[in-house]
Design a protein around this ligand. Structure first.
Ligand code: DC
Length: 227
């Protein structure tokens, strides 16, 4: 039996602020390459949901980190199972996202989720989206994308997305929440949201999904690497 050298499995990281379209783009790029995908934000959202469900005090870092370390989670296509129930729609709620951003500032929570994220690196390749994929979790990624879009474009996208899923949404409130979340994600001491020095920045404010996917795949092709 041959051992897999995980460092040889290619990873493309897509980091960026909330609602920059990372998730959609990561899925589409993974589909085009036949690779798997890691939605790292889902792990922070799942931790936040576990905190809410178990009545844990969000200010108690050690208790939150314990919950992160004990997440009983399974991803199956679009479904996300937490302790035996599909919570995919629930973790997209803004209250869960806002709490996720708060608890993501804890170093011990990030540490508890680190190896779980790295375990997604499986052949033939992985597209990982989040905030620190290129800087902390997969620093040796073959291609690092930093996906940005202005806050108005992102709030509009999130508003449409929420309404499409039957949630109520208010553009002004979303924009305010988004600014607060960006601020927190960028300025925290542990693994803040920032472009890796070797990342390629793509501004998707005026790009369609197809154009953004193409921009990522063009960067990949220009590397001349075959997975
Ligand atoms: O990408 P998202 O909106 O689903 O992420 C939810 C929160 O989780 C986000 O506000 C910050 C945090 N997060 C993080 O700190 N690091 C990651 N790699 C992914 C998400």
């Amino acid at each position: 039996m041959t051992m897999t050298d995980f460092s040889t499995i290619p990873v493309i990281t897509i980091d960026g602020p909330t609602a920059s379209g990372k998730g959609t783009i990561a899925h589409r790029v993974a589909q085009a390459l036949g690779w798997s995908v890691l939605d790292s934000g889902a792990l922070y959202r799942l931790t936040a949901l576990a905190v809410l469900d178990q009545g844990i005090d969000p200010a108690d870092e050690q208790a939150v980190a314990r919950a992160a370390g004990h997440l009983d989670v399974r991803f199956n296509g679009e479904q996300v199972w937490l302790a035996g129930r599909d919570v995919a729609p629930l973790i997209r709620e803004e209250r869960v996202g806002n709490l996720a951003s708060q608890i993501a500032a804890y170093g011990s929570v990030r540490q508890a989720l680190l190896t779980r994220q790295q375990a997604f690196r499986q052949p033939p390749g992985l597209v990982a989206d989040g905030r620190d994929m290129g800087t902390v979790v997969f620093p040796d990624a073959v291609l690092k994308i930093f996906l940005v879009a202005d806050v108005a474009a992102r709030a509009e996208r999130r508003c449409k997305q929420l309404k499409g899923k039957g949630f109520s949404a208010n553009l002004a409130n979303l924009m305010q929440d988004m600014r607060a979340r960006d601020e927190r994600d960028r300025n925290r001491a542990n693994a803040p949201l920032k472009a890796a020095p070797d990342a390629k920045t793509i501004d998707s404010s005026d790009l369609s999904i197809d154009e953004t996917v193409k921009a990522v795949l063009d960067h990949w092709s220009s590397l001349g690497t075959q997975a």
